[in-house]
Design a protein. Structure first.
Length: 158
């Protein structure tokens, strides 16, 4: 399997179109298509963007060896990031540590509707088998990156 095949495989695993992935990478969809068809050799910058944005295992991306994604990203960091965003909008939130699988994270004592959604998300996530957790986590990260990109474009138009 080639580098281009691996980009395509990863893109499809996250259910992204070429256009969506190209947006995340700040490139034209035609350029991404050339990479996927191995018509253009990838730069180290492209490989770094893919690993940074999507937690792809660089060794897998370059050689096809190992797992597609690095060890499952810390869900605690993502949850804490979301909690921090809620806190910015609604004032200070009291937090306490809880465990998700074998990961420590934070729960909220003063529960707003957003807080309850976060806890429900964590509980549902924890009930999934590890391979599905990895899949959905990467899918959520891809959607979040897409959302940030669209928000950035919207602000630039103003």
């Amino acid at each position: 399997m080639t580098f281009g095949n691996r980009i395509k495989e990863f893109r499809k695993k996250l259910n992204l179109s070429q256009q969506e992935l190209a947006k995340h990478l700040n490139m034209q969809p035609q350029a991404l298509a050339r990479y996927e068809k191995d018509k253009v050799k990838p730069s180290i910058e492209l490989a770094k963007k893919l690993t940074d944005l999507f937690n792809i295992n660089l060794n897998w991306l370059l050689t096809g060896k190992g797992e597609m994604f690095l060890n499952q990203p810390k869900i605690a960091g993502i949850v804490n990031s979301v909690i921090g965003q809620v806190g910015e909008n609604e004032g200070t939130i009291n937090q306490q540590n809880i465990t998700i699988g074998n990961k420590n994270t934070t729960t909220i004592q003063n529960q707003s509707n957003e807080d309850k959604i976060i806890q429900e998300l964590i509980q549902s996530f924890n009930q999934l088998p590890p391979e599905m957790q990895e899949y959905y986590l990467h899918l959520i990260k891809a959607e979040a990156a897409k959302y940030r990109y669209e928000q950035k474009k919207f602000k630039e138009k103003r």
